[in-house]
Design a protein around this ligand. Structure first.
Ligand code: AQP
Length: 345
């Protein structure tokens, strides 16, 4: 059976190693399997917190160039901007009818982000996971590659889809499954390893950005917080978040198992060797991405062309789902004729 893969990513110019290992590496691998693999830059989600409208399109271009530089190929996947496909917003509204307010209030991300807002906690921030559900469900995706931090939203999305099917018609929506990597699902801040590496919540020194200079990357790893075990113990464990994080990052960028990294480091003199090895490996892994990014980013028209072509393909799929959802809910004129979607009038 064809496996549709879908994932969304926020538009920022500062994607970090957590985004790369938790999500972007999986996106690239998903191109092999997805039928199709669909990736969306979620500019509508970006409007749920304070932002600068003049910068939003720039950030979308930054992220598009990063994804292409990381290995997404427009011929092998569908890459587009959420705001170019109106079906996402419409489906979000329709799905609110099967979403409980209490569930949205309980989401950890809503609680954290609403506490961080200085002026306005927007209703959009509360509805964020419903729009996310609409993103995925519009494509009847089976698989959603994400990091560990999105587990709760994925569960909610499944509840929404199940409730919709029970209320309005079995089989209308596909119940998606998350795909969280076994290693690297939660890359931690290098300075505060009890927290995840994050765009908004982390420390500058603890966050490795994909476009950081090689020296800066090595320096951040050199200063990474480990622990005070004496003698140093180079193994993973819940009691050793800093060391575990470094081993997991090294394993992820080399695409080997953490056990093989532990074996390799068995004769190391201390944490310094681990920090050097992981710094070098990350610099090496990111070098081709950085080079391609520098070539791609100035061509704004080329990036827009990729997004526009992706949006056309995405819209064609989402429109079919929307027609079925509207029909099942009895909303608007029935746009289906002989099972096919008629033009929007
Ligand atoms: N630390 C992480 N480890 C593993 N995966 C992670 N992801 C995010 N942080 C980690 C995964 O990256 C994908 C894109 O996330 P996003 O669209 O939320 O982008 P962002 O805003 O740049 O990511 P942050 O850092 O998570 O933002 P904050 O913390 O500021 O809200 C997702 O699949 C996510 O799981």
């Amino acid at each position: 059976m064809a496996r549709v893969i879908f994932s969304g990513i926020q538009p920022t110019g500062r994607k970090h190693l957590g985004n790369y290992i938790g999500a972007i590496m999986q996106y690239v691998a998903g191109q092999e399997r997805g039928e199709p693999a669909i990736y969306c830059i979620v500019d509508l989600h970006a409007t749920t917190v304070a932002y600068d409208p003049a910068q939003l399109r720039e950030r979308v271009h930054d992220t598009t160039a990063i994804l292409l530089a990381a290995g997404l190929e427009p011929e092998r996947c569908i890459l587009f901007r959420q705001g170019d496909v109106a079906e996402h917003s419409e489906l979000c509204w329709l799905l609110t009818s099967v979403t409980a307010l209490g569930e949205l209030n309980r989401m950890h991300q809503f609680r954290d982000k609403s506490a961080a807002q200085r002026e306005l906690v927007s209703a959009g921030l509360l509805l964020y996971p419903v729009l996310q559900a609409a993103d995925v469900l519009a494509y009847r995706a089976h698989e959603v590659p994400v990091g560990e931090d999105q587990r709760e939203h994925l569960e909610l999305m499944r509840n929404i889809a199940e409730r919709f099917n029970t209320r309005f018609g079995a089989g209308t929506l596909v119940i998606p499954e998350h795909r969280i990597p076994e290693v690297g699902a939660r890359v931690r801040d290098l300075q505060e390893p009890e927290r995840k590496m994050s765009t908004t919540g982390g420390s500058e020194q603890g966050t490795v950005y994909l476009l950081d200079e090689p020296d800066a990357i090595r320096r951040k790893f050199k200063r990474a917080v480990t622990d005070s075990d004496d003698p140093p113990v180079l193994r993973r464990g819940d009691d050793k978040p800093g060391v575990t994080n470094l081993i997991d990052i090294l394993a992820s960028v080399r695409v080997v198992s953490p056990q093989s990294v532990e074996q390799e480091l068995a004769s190391a003199r201390g944490y310094g060797d681990l920090k050097l090895a992981v710094g070098d490996a990350v610099v090496e892994a990111l070098a081709p991405l950085q080079e391609r990014y520098r070539a791609l980013r100035p061509d704004q028209q080329g990036l827009e062309d990729v997004l526009a072509a992706g949006a056309d393909k995405a819209r064609a799929i989402a429109a079919e789902t929307l027609a079925d959802v509207r029909a099942a809910m009895g909303v608007g004129r029935d746009r289906r004729a002989n099972g096919r979607v008629r033009g929007w009038v």
